[in-house]
Every structure is written in C-alpha cells, then in structure tokens.
Design a protein around this ligand. Structure first.
Ligand code: PEP
Ligand code: MG
Length: 581
C-alpha cells in the first residue's frame, strides 16, 4: 500500500472502496476584481450556481422526505428559499456590478446575513444561521468548481469511504446511507457523537485521524479497518485480498458468537449479569432485539432530533418509543430524556456557548423548557402502556432536578388523563450518574429515584477534565483511572446499600476488559452496543465473580490507569482468556 493513516477505532468492520472527501466547510475565497465587460458574465455564473444548488437541494429534500418524512425535509425548502430571496440576489448582483468576483460578492453578503440573523431576537431567525452556512458552502463549492465535496455526489452503490473533518448533524442528514461503506473523520474519539452514530448504523468507522482531509485528495482507493483504526491508502491487490480474508474471518467469528445470543448471561459461579442494549435510533430496535439483549438499558432519544429544524411532536415521539418497546416485548426499556446540547446536538435556535460541556444542556435545558419537556414526557407515558418503560434523566447533579422532573411527569399524566388518553402513571424514574457530583453524593438521590445508571463516557470526561470528543486527548481519556474506579465503586455501594438497581450504560460496559472490571466492582447490569452483547456475554460466561472481584480490588489498589489495566489483564488471563480482549 502507498501509506497508512492511523486513527481511533470507532466502529468495527472492514470496508474497501473509493475515498470520498467531504470538506463541508466554508472554502477560502480570493478577492478578485473583474473588468466592467465581465460583469454580465459573472452575474450569469452566479445564477447558474444558484440554479445548480437548487437542483441539488431538491434532490436531498426528496431523499430525506422519503426516508424521514416531510417535516425533516422542510429544512431544505428553507435553504432553497434563501437562494430565491430577491433581496439577497440583488445585494450580490450590486457587489458584482462594483467589479467584485461572484464568489467574493456572495461571501460578503452571506457574512452580513449571518451576522444579522445571529443577533436576531427571535429564535426562529437565529435557527437559520446553520442553514445559511450550508447554503454558503454549497454555492461557493459550485462557484469555485471544487471537486468532490458535495454530499449529494456520493452516488448509490459507490460504496464510498467518507472522509471528513467531523460528521456534523447537518452532514449526516444529507448523506445517502446506502451509498456509504464506512466513515473516517479527523475529529472525534470513541465516545463522540459520530462514533456512537456509526456503531448504531453498523458502519465501520475510524475517528481522530487528525489530518486525513488534508492528506487525501479524494478518489484514492482505501481499506478502512474499524477494529484497528487503520486506513490504508491505495492498497495493492494483495493487501485488499488479505483484508477481504480478514473480513471473512470477522464475519465467521460473528456467526460463532451469535450462538451465544440464546445462552444465559451467567458467570461460572452462578451470578446472573443482565445485559441490555443501547439503542440510539428507533430503526435499530428490531435488530438489537435479536442480539440476545434482555431489554434496552439506554435509548438515546436525542438522535430523533438529528439535523431537524424543530423537535418531533408528541405523536411522532410516541410512535418512536412504542416501536422500541414493542421490539423488546415485555422486557425493560430504559428511555433517556433528551440529552441535547453540549457535544450532542446543537438544536437550532439556541445561542452558542463558551463552554457547552458545562452549559445549558440535557436535564437543565429540559427543565427550563417545560413545554418542550412535557411533550416528551407525555409521549413516554403513552408508550409505557405497551411494555416496561423506565424513564432516565441525563446529567443530573442535584436531587432538586429529579423532583422538578417528577412534578412535570405528574403534570404530563394529568394532561393525558384530561385528554382521555391511554397511559401508564407509575413508570420508574432513574438518574444517570455521569458527573462527579452525582457519584459522590449518590446517597442524596436514593429516596427520590428508582434506579441508577452510570454513564461512564461523561463520568470519565468530567472527573478527569478531559473532553471526550477531543482527538488530541484520546490517550488521556482513561476509564481505569483510580478516581473513576472509586466513583463507580462508591455509586454501586450506595445503590446496593439502599436496594436500588444500578447499571452501567457508558462505553466501558461494551469493552470486554472493562466489563470484567465493572462486574468486579459489583455491577450486575450492563447496557452495551448491540454488537457487543455476545462479546461481553462471552466474558461473563467465562469468569467467576470471585476472580473479577479480586482483579477489580487489585485494579483499585494501584495508582495509574495503566497499572489497573495490567491487573485486569492478569485477572482475565487467570480466567483463561489468553487473547487480547
Ligand atoms: C455516558 O455519558 O456514558 C452515556 C451513556 O451517555 P452519552 O454517551 O449519550 O453521553
Ligand atoms: Mg452522557
């Protein structure tokens, strides 16, 4: 092969295909002065680019409408209407008549519009800033004749490996998932939004490549190995053959693991470990239900909002939750209320924040917007009629938040009652333990909640002060740091003492070595990516709790994450797991 780029493995699987480079950023525009006699031609060029952009927007709109419905597709009508705005067109034309090149003229007007919109008092207008940016990128790409950058150009059947800086929500909706074989990004880590989404979609992915978009030109052939984080550029036939062989082996191993799905998740000394699935998209539910998972331990509802101009209404949410609940029969389905903001989805219309991770997000935002939250709570209570729904609150730091949420849940029940709607009132309410505050003061919640679920992705981030999405910090994101292990232990002990259920639903649970550690720390419920259910079950069925406790005790007693890892590996090896897990 010509060369290798190494990133962070984010979603397993091997893909071979052409690189499709997506630079969804505003390109650099040169200041170009044109002579008087070129003005008319330049204006024609502008209109031509607008027309082509509108054709593409219509294509995307139709595709999104088919896949996700009219409401989601409406964003692209809004973008098209920007290109039909007479005021905008005449402002750009006026600058061209002052002898500016079309792309510079357009850029200047878009800048003015963005500034005006972002200062607007009305959230609906502020919401349009993202659309303006997308429109600007699309038109400039056409005016500058930049090849290969438009998501619409990824054609069906191309089996493309998308290489982009970061897969933003706006890009995600534009992509035709059937045309994509794999994803590679400069930014991100295992626990960032793009990695979670790729795993949900079952697409092999590598993140944290740092500068792949600069290294590559597009159209190279590449092999992407989502298990090792390797992107091989212009591989030889032999390279491709050997990877195809590995892909066959992986597929065989998966089939091999599949037989575990019907076996019990119980340790060699007879302790049952409940394995549930993390479900991010309702479409995933049916497949996840065949993984051997005993219910859903975390449904991330914010993915319902990806790339949309507005929140889904009660009926749409109700149907999405019901779909997941029904896929899992009567088994428990833990649905988390919207965790928007921060690293998740910047929902349109809200001001950007200097510190989004410490910002107005998740439960904070929901409690401050009781109407928006009420819609979700009503949909959840209605879906609860169809099975064992449990409601979970994200990013909680104080029990006051739980009490306020419970009051809103009661109010939602009253509203449904007055409407004569079918619903269940007594749904269990739990909290995610994902801040040091919640872990240290876990006892302050015990009278007000029905269960805990430890979100290790955020718990690690907030405990170690390491941004979970920052590729430069990926090696510092160490779930086995003594501080994290102690917080988990403390939370589990508190739960056991007060007879509360406690699960772990962060990435730690999906990784076999860490799952072993968690069992040793006393955790008896793990919620993992559907594909990880058999992998983790294999560990569960091969170890005893006694061995796990001993290894976790040793891991807690040492002073670095690396030393903890070594202790755990020793423990697993003692249990007969010789290969690298
Ligand atoms: C977590 O923080 O561990 C978690 C499960 O939630 P998310 O990854 O969605 O923040
Ligand atoms: Mg979280």
């Amino acid at each position: 092969m010509e060369r290798k780029l190494v990133g962070i493995p984010a979603s397993p699987g091997i893909a071979v295909g052409p690189v499709h480079l997506l630079r969804w950023e505003i390109p650099e525009v040169r200041h170009r002065i044109i002579p008087d006699d070129a003005v008319d031609g330049e204006i024609r060029r502008l209109h031509d680019a607008f027309d082509r952009a509108k054709v593409r927007l219509r294509q995307i709109r139709d595709r999104v409408e088919q896949r996700a419905g009219a409401q989601e597709a409406a964003i692209f009508d809004v973008q098209r209407s920007i290109l039909e705005d007479a005021e905008l067109i005449s402002a750009v034309e006026a600058l061209i008549r002052q002898n500016l090149g079309a792309e510079k003229a357009f850029e200047i007007v878009m800048l003015e519009w963005s500034q005006k919109f972002s200062r607007a008092a009305h959230p609906m207008l502020r919401e349009r800033v993202g659309d303006l940016k997308d429109v600007e990128i699309r038109v400039l790409t056409l005016l500058l004749n930049l090849p290969d950058h438009d998501p619409v150009d990824v054609m069906k059947g191309a089996n493309a490996i998308i290489v982009t800086h970061d897969l933003t929500p706006s890009l995600t909706v534009q992509l035709d998932r059937q045309a994509i074989a794999a994803i590679a990004t400069d930014a991100g880590t295992r626990t960032s939004h793009v990695a979670i989404l790729a795993r949900s979609l079952g697409l092999p992915a590598i993140v944290g490549l740092r500068n792949a978009t600069e290294e590559l030109r597009g159209h190279e052939t590449a092999i992407l190995d989502g298990s090792t984080g390797l992107l091989a550029i212009n591989p030889t036939h032999r390279d491709i053959e050997s990877y195809r062989e590995r892909a066959r082996q992986e597929a065989l191993a998966e089939v091999e693991l599949k037989h575990l799905s019907s076996l019990e998740s119980v340790t060699t000394d007879g302790v049952r470990i409940t394995l549930r699935a993390n479900v991010d998209l309702p479409e995933e539910a049916e497949l996840a239900a065949t993984s051997g998972a005993e219910g859903v331990g975390l449904m991330r509802t914010e993915f319902l909002v990806v790339g949309r101009a507005s929140m889904p209404d009660e009926e749409e949410q109700y149907r999405a939750y019901r779909r997941v609940v029904q896929a899992f029969g009567g088994r428990p389905v833990v649905i988390r209320t919207f965790d928007v903001g921060g690293d998740k989805l910047p929902v349109g219309g809200y001001a950007t924040e200097a510190n989004p991770f410490l910002g107005w997000r998740a439960i904070r935002m929901c409690l401050d917007q009781p109407e928006l939250f009420g819609v979700q709570l009503r949909a959840l209570l209605r879906a609860a009629v169809h099975g064992d729904v449990r409601v979970m609150l994200p990013l909680v730091v104080t029990v006051d938040e739980v009490r306020s949420a419970r009051a809103l849940l009661d109010e939602a029940a009253r509203t449904l009652e007055s409407r004569g709607e079918q619903f269940r009132r007594d749904v269990p309410l739990g909290v995610m333990i994902e801040t040091p505050a919640a872990a240290v003061a876990a006892d302050s919640f015990v009278r007000d909640v029905n269960f805990f679920s430890i979100g290790t992705n955020d718990l690690v981030q907030y405990t170690l002060a390491v941004d979970r999405g920052n590729a430069n910090l990926a090696t510092r994101f160490t779930p086995l740091h003594p501080a994290v292990l102690r917080l988990i232990r403390r939370t589990v002990d508190t739960a056991i003492e007060h007879n509360l259920e406690v699960a772990v639903c962060g990435e730690m649970a999906s990784q076999p070595l860490m799952a072993f550690a968690l069992i040793g720390l006393g955790v008896r419920q793990l919620s993992v990516a559907p594909r990880s259910v058999p992998l983790v079950k294999r560990i569960v069925r091969g170890i005893s709790v006694a061995v796990a406790e001993e290894a976790a005790g040793a891991a807690l007693a040492v002073d670095t994450a690396a030393a903890s890892e070594a202790e755990l590996r020793r423990g697993l090896a003692a249990a007969g797991f010789v290969e690298n897990v």
